[in-house]
Design a binder for this molecule. Sequence first.
Ligand code: SAH
Length: 239
Amino acid sequence: MTKTTAYAPQCVSLGPGDPNLLTLGALRILQEADVIFCPATIRESSVTSRARDIILAVGIEESKLRLFHVPMSKDRSKAMVAYAEVAGEIFQAVQKGLRTAFVAEGDSCFYSSVHYISDILLEHHGLSATHTAGVPAFIACGSLAGIHIVKQDEPLSVYPSNVTPEQIEKDLSEHKTVVLMKVSQQQQTLQALLQNRPDLSWHYFENVGVSGKEYYTTDKSIIAEREVPYFSILILRNE
Ligand code: SAH
């Protein structure tokens, strides 16, 4: 009887959108994988996946992709079911001796929901996934704007949600740079700061690295009026 080699599932970071920001290590894993599990928004009439777009842009065959739908809702229970299903499929593929990869935008270990898949793989299937590092979106923001996000001994605060204007004011008074992620979910804080702190250095970004959708402005009046999408970041500096 031949023994099947079990390859550990590989969690691959894709960077924020620009295929040039995929690492050589990530590219090699994608090329060598037999099947790549990739998050998507699957609707009756359309399928969108920024992750798929990056993967196809670097020449990976579409036939290797296995798109899975991730329900977008504050109630994470439906998404958890989707992650459990994907983890089960990865497990089955590993059992068959296939090389499996599953992907995340930006860096897979930085505020990425892909950790649910890694956790389920480990806890329910006894599989420990490896991770490759990637460029997080906020790092790509710095180069797009040509700014030093932090200089010398300056500290940095990164907030994914639920931060108060007072907390941000405190950070800025301590000369921290503030990175606000998921800006669309922090509208009240954003509007309060726009009112109270027009003196700050404002850098607002959308869809960094995504061809045709990337946007950057320092204009506070535009930021105040703008319909903020999910893929947006605000960087505030006190200078
Ligand atoms: N793992 C990702 C973060 C995912 S959390 C990383 O390493 O960057 C999702 C949040 O990340 C979004 O709400 C947005 O604030 C930010 N984000 C991710 N990709 C982005 C992009 N291309 N442009 C702007 N913001 C992005």
